[in-house]
Design a protein around this ligand. Structure first.
Ligand SMILES: [Zn+2]
Length: 305
């Protein structure tokens, strides 16, 4: 794609006036027609369901109070490729014609042809609640070690890691021992995620593809299977290292909520209880910070105010 493409959004039935719910920071959105049919912006069904578990996004309202909009997508090309770099979403009020500031969604994958052919995706039940947990933690290195000790020695889970090691720098995905896990988080390794499971995993089932850099895992392997994910830390400049723990005790199967096993519920309950007892929960719901890391976070936050 060499030039910007503009697309006026309408459904297969020709509806082109929508109520709009956009989660700007997360790059997802939902459009609702006058027949009460729902469409996701682009294709973000799993992500959408995760985001709405705590709060359902509010309908956009024009300054004239109208809630209905025409929607336009501008596709910005990635230079030198056939791909799209960014989709800008514009809304136009159907009453006063006011055009909104565009909301930008960055596209970091390829190919992207599908996004132009199918800019919106029908979503039968956009508001499904299921037992999904995303926990966040500011941790020191010692906090992370304690967490892994608990996973290995108390919960006795199998631990898998997606990582690469010096000097080969090839991504691999394999089961790791406690010693190996300690090595991965401390010396000369780069890791992407840890995964914890009571059952032994057939690692090849989770590989999306392999190239010269090694293996790439499928997205969200903890959704359907009984797996807990711990992400590698995000460096939040000045605030510290932020870790995400994700799991769900139910999963969505074609829009139906299904339960995972009782055993998995017991494991994840123990995990949360341990986090609650050991860490500081003052930052907000589902936050479990190390004391030192929390103090640093607060000091930085207060300095910025
Ligand atoms: Zn208006």
């Amino acid at each position: 794609m060499k030039q910007e493409v503009t697309k006026n959004i309408s459904t297969e039935n020709g509806a082109n006036e929508f109520q709009v719910r956009l989660l700007k920071d997360d790059g997802v959105g939902l459009l609702t027609t006058k027949n009460d049919e729902n469409y996701l912006v682009l294709d973000s069904i799993d992500y959408w369901y995760d985001l709405i578990q705590n709060e359902y996004p509010k309908k956009k309202k024009c300054s004239c109070k109208n809630e209905w909009f025409y929607v336009t997508f501008n596709y910005i090309p990635r230079q030198g490729t056939d791909d799209i770099r960014e989709v800008k979403i514009l809304t136009t009020c159907t009453v006063c014609n006011k055009v909104s500031k565009p909301i930008s969604i960055d596209i970091d994958y390829s190919p992207t042809k599908e996004l132009i052919e199918n800019p919106i995706t029908f979503c039968e039940k956009p508001n499904i609640k299921y037992k999904f947990q995303e926990l966040t933690s500011y941790w020191s290195g010692d906090n992370l070690k304690d967490f892994l000790k608990f996973i290995f020695h108390d919960l006795k889970l199998n631990v898998y890691c997606w990582f690469s090691q010096h000097p080969e720098h090839k991504r691999r995905f394999e089961r790791v021992s406690f010693d190996k896990a300690m090595q991965i988080i401390t010396v000369n390794h780069r890791y992407l995620n840890f995964f914890f499971s009571a059952n032994e995993l057939e690692t090849s089932n989770y590989i999306e593809f392999t190239d010269s850099n090694g293996v790439y895992l499928k997205e969200g392997i903890w959704r359907r299977d009984e797996i807990i994910e711990l992400t590698a830390p995000f460096v939040i400049l000045g605030y510290g290292l932020l870790y995400y723990i994700k799991f769900c005790n139910q999963y969505l199967d074609k829009g139906n909520v299904k339960d995972k096993s009782e055993q998995f519920e017991i494991i994840t309950t123990k995990l949360k209880k341990w986090l609650e007892e050991k860490f500081v929960t003052k930052r907000g719901m589902n936050c479990f910070d190390g004391q030192e890391a929390y103090d640093k976070y607060i000091a930085k936050r207060n300095a910025e105010r």
